[in-house]
Ligand binder design. Structure first.
Ligand SMILES: NC(=O)c1ccc[n+]([C@@H]2O[C@H](COP(=O)([O-])OP(=O)(O)OC[C@H]3O[C@@H](n4cnc5c(N)ncnc54)[C@H](O)[C@@H]3O)[C@@H](O)[C@H]2O)c1
Length: 268
C-alpha cells in the first residue's frame, strides 16, 4: 500500500509464520491467537493462567507455554521455549497487560505490577529478540498498548502512565530498528469486551462501554494492519481523531476530559 507503513515494512505473511502471543488465554490475546492460527500461523500461546493457555492452544493446534511473560526468567523461558517449538520467532505479540486503576495513592505494589507487566515485559522480550532479528534482517513486533497510551484513562493513573511508556518504547523500537528490517506496531484499542473491561468501574462505563467492540474485531484490524505495517493499529478509528485533537488543542482536550471526570466524581 503506497504511503502506508514504516520505512522498509514488508507485508507480513501469517501462513506458516512462527508467532508468540502473550496473555493469550483470554480476551484480545486469545482472539489474536485464534485468528493467526486460522490464517495458517504456528502459534505459541502464553498466559499466566496455565489452564487458559492450554485450552486455547488445544483449540487452535498451537503450543501452550504458560508462565509469567513479564519477569526476566519467565520471558527467557518463553522465548527459549518458543524457539524450540517454532524454529524462529517471526512475530512477537507483547499483549499481556494488567488494568491497574487508582490514583497516585495506589499502593507501591500496584504501581510496580503495572510497570512490570505493561512495560518491562516488552523491554525484556525485546532484549532477547532484536539481536537475532537484526542478524537475519527481519522481525515483527506488536505491542498491545491501549488508547490510554495515546490519551489517558480516567481513574487509572498506573494504567495510563505505563501504557504511555509502552507506546514510547514501541515508538523507540520502530525508529531505532525500522531501517534495519524490523517492523514494530502498536495496537491501541479503546473498549474491548473482555474481563479487563468488566473491571474498569464508572470510568469504563462512561468512556469505554458505549463504543466497546469484540476481541475478534480487534484481531481483524490487526490482520489488516499486518499487511501494510502501519505503526498505529486503531480498531476504533475515532481514536485517531482524539489523538490529533489532543495534540492540536491540548488545553481544550484536558478541559473536556476534566468534565467527564466531574461526572464520575458525582456518580461516586
Ligand atoms: N479490554 C480493553 O478494553 C482493552 C483496551 C485497550 C487495551 N487493552 C489491552 O489489551 C491487552 C489484553 O487485555 P484483555 O482486555 O484481553 O484482558 P484479559 O484480562 O481478558 O486478558 C489478559 C490476559 O493476560 C494474562 N496475563 C496477565 N499478566 C500476565 C503475565 N505477567 N504473563 C502472562 N500473561 C499475563 C491474563 O491471565 C489474561 O488471560 C492488555 O495489554 C490490555 O491492557 C485492553
Amino acid at each position: 500500500v503506497t504511503g502506508a507503513g514504516q520505512a522498509g515494512a514488508a507485508p507480513f505473511d501469517l501462513a506458516g509464520a512462527g508467532v508468540v502471543v502473550t496473555g493469550a488465554g483470554h480476551g484480545i490475546g486469545a482472539a489474536l491467537a485464534r485468528r493467526f492460527a486460522a490464517e495458517g500461523a504456528r502459534v505459541v500461546v502464553n498466559d499466566l493462567n496455565a489452564d487458559a493457555a492450554h485450552a486455547v492452544a488445544k483449540e487452535i493446534g498451537g503450543t501452550a507455554l504458560p508462565g509469567d511473560a513479564a519477569d526476566t526468567a519467565g520471558v527467557a523461558g518463553l522465548v527459549d521455549g518458543a524457539r524450540a517449538a517454532l524454529g524462529a520467532i517471526d512475530l512477537y505479540c507483547a499483549n499481556a497487560g494488567v488494568g491497574v486503576g487508582g490514583s497516585e495513592e495506589a499502593p507501591e505494589a500496584d504501581w510496580d505490577l503495572a510497570w512490570q507487566v505493561n512495560v518491562m515485559a516488552h523491554v525484556r522480550a525485546a532484549r532477547l529478540l532484536t539481536g537475532p532479528w537484526l542478524e537475519r534482517g527481519r522481525g515483527h513486533w506488536i505491542s498491545t498498548v491501549s488508547a490510554a497510551g495515546l490519551l489517558t484513562m480516567l481513574d487509572a493513573a498506573p494504567y495510563s502512565v505505563t501504557k504511555h511508556a509502552a507506546l514510547a518504547f514501541a515508538e523507540w523500537l520502530a525508529v531505532t530498528y525500522g531501517h534495519r528490517g524490523l517492523t514494530v506496531q502498536a495496537l491501541c484499542p479503546q473498549g474491548v469486551r473482555t474481563h479487563m473491561l468488566d473491571e474498569t468501574g464508572e470510568a469504563g462505563r462512561i468512556l469505554l462501554q458505549p463504543g466497546a467492540i469484540e476481541p475478534e474485531q480487534v484481531a481483524q484490524t490487526v490482520v489488516e494492519a499486518l499487511a501494510d505495517g502501519r505503526f498505529l493499529i486503531l480498531p476504533h478509528p475515532e481514536v485517531a481523531r482524539m489523538y490529533a485533537h489532543r495534540a492540536a488543542d491540548t488545553d481544550r482536550w484536558l478541559r473536556g476530559l476534566g468534565r467527564v471526570q466531574q461526572e464520575i466524581d458525582a456518580a461516586r
